[in-house]
Design a protein around this ligand. Structure first.
Ligand SMILES: [Zn+2]
Length: 389
């Protein structure tokens, strides 16, 4: 059998024995999320991936301003943001998450002027993302209007910093698909509240100048024109209980110790999953300084072409409580020695999952990765490269 044929064999065979289809009904309501409050400013450009510094409503690239308040003000804002999402499976962080974990990015700083917007705005979500279809949104909290400097009276600073956290979460909630509703008790009210608002349980009238943008999501819980913010977030993210279960990570192909010829195409197949949806994953070959971040968890197909040498292929799967699932195989690319047979088909040493898919096995994906990537500026074809298809 030719080398290519047996490279492709496991791909063809992979579906039924290895994979139950993801349990979509169970996955609903159990996807978790991370919110990153970013006080550090930095490059902003147009696009849909928060981990690349992008926002869908950004124009020409610009340096977004930093937060001008004190460290304490930033801590208070994070604490308020955490209070608001504590009932849900949402984690708030102030350190940049790794790029393979999908996160909502809040740019905390600047003034609406920075984006050429109405100076009356406190914040901005690029759109109301019904049912949180996109997981890598960027939103803005125009903090200079609230905390223009670090030299505020402590009590004044505290009150303003709390509003920074609230407005940040209000904007993120638009990126989860919520709209304006309720009054002083509601963090989704159109105007910031001086009280202690939350995501209100029960149906509150929408406060809109136009029709609802997500009528299907609203009427799942309420009559038309109303919103149950609490019920919707609970359905999207589940409750806030701790998650200590590491994600599943397996490299289905190649098996450990696999041998191929330099320049031949290696079809990589991985299996990833977790007890909650929303996790992310990445693959790397450290010896080649190559890594591939799955920007979309269901993304397909990766193909590597490697030069001569011994390599490690490492898979990392990460969930929102930062549990890690890892798998690793080593493989070698070399020319057959004189008289040597073509490498024999390896025995079934893949780290395949044992047993059938349990109900907790949510978000499972069996993936054949077929896209080569050139990363780190390596050349396309020369030996020593990973080539693009
Ligand atoms: Zn709003």
């Amino acid at each position: 059998m030719s080398m290519i044929a047996w490279l492709l064999l496991p791909w063809l065979a992979a579906d039924p024995p290895l994979a139950g289809p993801p349990d979509v009904a169970a996955a609903e309501g159990t996807r978790r999320a991370t919110v990153y409050l970013d006080f550090g400013g930095g490059w902003l450009s147009s696009g849909s991936d928060s981990s690349l510094g992008q926002a869908t409503c950004a124009g020409n690239p610009l340096r977004y301003p930093i937060f001008l308040g004190s460290e304490r003000a930033a801590e208070l804002a994070v604490a308020e943001a955490r209070r608001l999402v504590a009932p849900y499976g949402v984690r708030v962080v102030s350190q940049r998450p790794p790029p393979h974990l999908p996160y909502a990015h809040v740019r905390v700083g600047g003034h609406p002027d920075a984006l050429g917007l109405d100076p009356k705005l406190n914040g901005l979500a690029c759109d109301v993302d019904c049912d949180d279809a996109a997981h890598r949104d960027t939103v803005f909290m125009f903090a200079e209007k609230w905390v223009p400097a670090a030299a505020l009276e402590p009590l004044e600073e505290e009150a303003r910093a709390v509003q920074v956290g609230r407005i940040a979460i209000h904007e993120v909630a638009h990126s989860w698909g919520l709209e304006h509703s309720g009054g002083t008790e509601s963090v989704m009210a159109r105007f910031p509240s001086a009280g202690v608002p939350g995501f209100v349980e029960g149906c509150m009238p929408l406060d809109l100048d136009h029709d609802s943008e997500c009528p299907d999501a609203r009427t799942r819980y309420c009559d038309e024109g109303h919103q149950d913010a609490h019920a919707e977030l609970l359905a999207l993210f589940g409750d806030g209980s701790a998650d200590t279960v590491p994600p599943h990570a397996a490299i289905v192909w190649p098996p450990d110790g696999y041998v191929l010829e330099p320049g031949q195409t290696l079809e990589v197949e991985v299996e990833v999953g977790d007890d909650h949806g929303g996790f992310g994953w990445m693959l790397e070959v450290p010896e080649l300084h190559w890594e591939h971040v799955a920007r979309d968890v269901d993304e397909t197909s990766l193909r590597l072409v490697v030069p001569q040498g011994r390599f490690t292929l490492r898979l990392e799967v990460l969930d929102h409580d930062r549990n890690v699932g890892e798998a690793e195989v080593s493989f070698e690319a070399r020319w057959p020695e004189e008289g040597e047979q073509e490498p024999a088909e390896p025995s079934a040493t893949c780290a395949c999952r044992q047993g059938g898919p349990g109900r907790w096995w949510i978000g499972w994906s069996g993936l054949v990765l077929a896209m080569g990537s050139i990363l780190r500026g390596r050349p396309t074809r020369a030996a020593g490269s990973i080539s693009t298809r």
